[in-house]
Design a protein around this ligand. Structure first.
Ligand SMILES: Cc1cc2nc3c(=O)[nH]c(=O)nc-3n(C[C@H](O)[C@H](O)[C@H](O)COP(=O)(O)O)c2cc1C
Length: 244
């Protein structure tokens, strides 16, 4: 498949054959992901490859996605990492200013871009993946489990493996809702959200598994009606990020 075909055929996979992924493949995928662009070349990411069965099970439980980890061929925790940058500064007698809102954005962008490179490389090899933001349900416990120091925190976990089956792709928003030319116009959403809702209603009603009656705006309203993971701000402060 071409790169574009790989990207256009993505769907998250949550059940795998259980076949383990070799160290050689993991290292190859990580090295490929490392070629991602990085803001100011900070490379502010670290990945924990979770091979210890007990830790894997615990990560699954703490992430509230344990079923995925049971059959995955490899499991990872993707972290924002300014610890290494602190040590780089120390080599030159500099106490770096890690704790800033700007650095938080830099780190999150770096991990996201790096991880998505990893995903594309993995999917091009025929593997399936699932991001697990559920790792932020219990970030303190997960940090302790993996010995994450100050200035390092988990952004998401990921399972990867050989899929038992592939789901149909999920329709995305109409391109007109995403692509703005020269200036932003929220008035377009009056029609485009209705259009997308009817596309998603059809998709949810007719997909091969987990059919339901719903649409996108309803899902978003239900999801965002209250503050998500209110513990995160305090957790980040405990890791050295107080958004200065
Ligand atoms: C950062 C991030 C976190 C996610 N967290 C979870 C998760 O905790 N559990 C899960 O089952 N899927 C998770 N997903 C997968 C999304 O639900 C999925 O990408 C979205 O519904 C679109 O479906 P698709 O990937 O099959 O196209 C996450 C995706 C991203 C990008």
């Amino acid at each position: 498949m071409s790169v574009k075909e790989v990207l256009r055929s993505h769907s998250s996979v949550r059940k795998y054959t259980g076949e383990q992924i070799s160290k050689e493949t993991v290292i190859d995928l990580i090295q490929t992901a490392q070629m991602a662009a990085s803001s100011h070349f900070v490379q502010a990411y670290s990945v924990i490859w979770v091979t210890d069965e007990e830790k894997k099970q615990k990560l699954g439980e703490l992430s509230k996605n344990d079923f995925q980890f049971k059959t995955a061929g490899a499991s990872f925790l993707f972290c924002v990492d300014f610890k290494r940058l602190q040590m780089a500064g120390q080599k030159h007698g500099v106490d770096i200013v890690a704790d800033s809102a700007e650095n938080l954005l830099v780190g999150v962008a770096d991990v996201g871009i790096f991880a998505q490179n990893f995903v594309i490389a993995a999917e091009a090899e025929g593997y399936g993946i699932c991001y697990i933001g559920g790792a932020r349900n219990n970030p303190t416990e997960i940090s302790e489990l993996f010995n994450l120091p100050d200035y390092v925190f988990p952004l998401f976990a990921m399972t990867i493996g050989t899929p038992t089956k592939r789901n149909e792709t999920k329709p995305r928003l109409p391109v007109g809702a995403i692509l703005h030319e020269n200036s932003y116009d929220s008035a377009i959403y009056n029609d485009l959200l209705d259009e997308y809702d009817s596309i998603m209603e059809n998709y949810y009603a007719s997909r091969s598994s987990n059919q339901k009656v719903s649409n996108w705006t309803k899902q978003m309203a239900d999801f965002l009606v209250e503050q998500r993971r209110p513990h995160i701000k305090e957790f980040l402060a405990s890791k050295g990020f107080s958004w200065k």
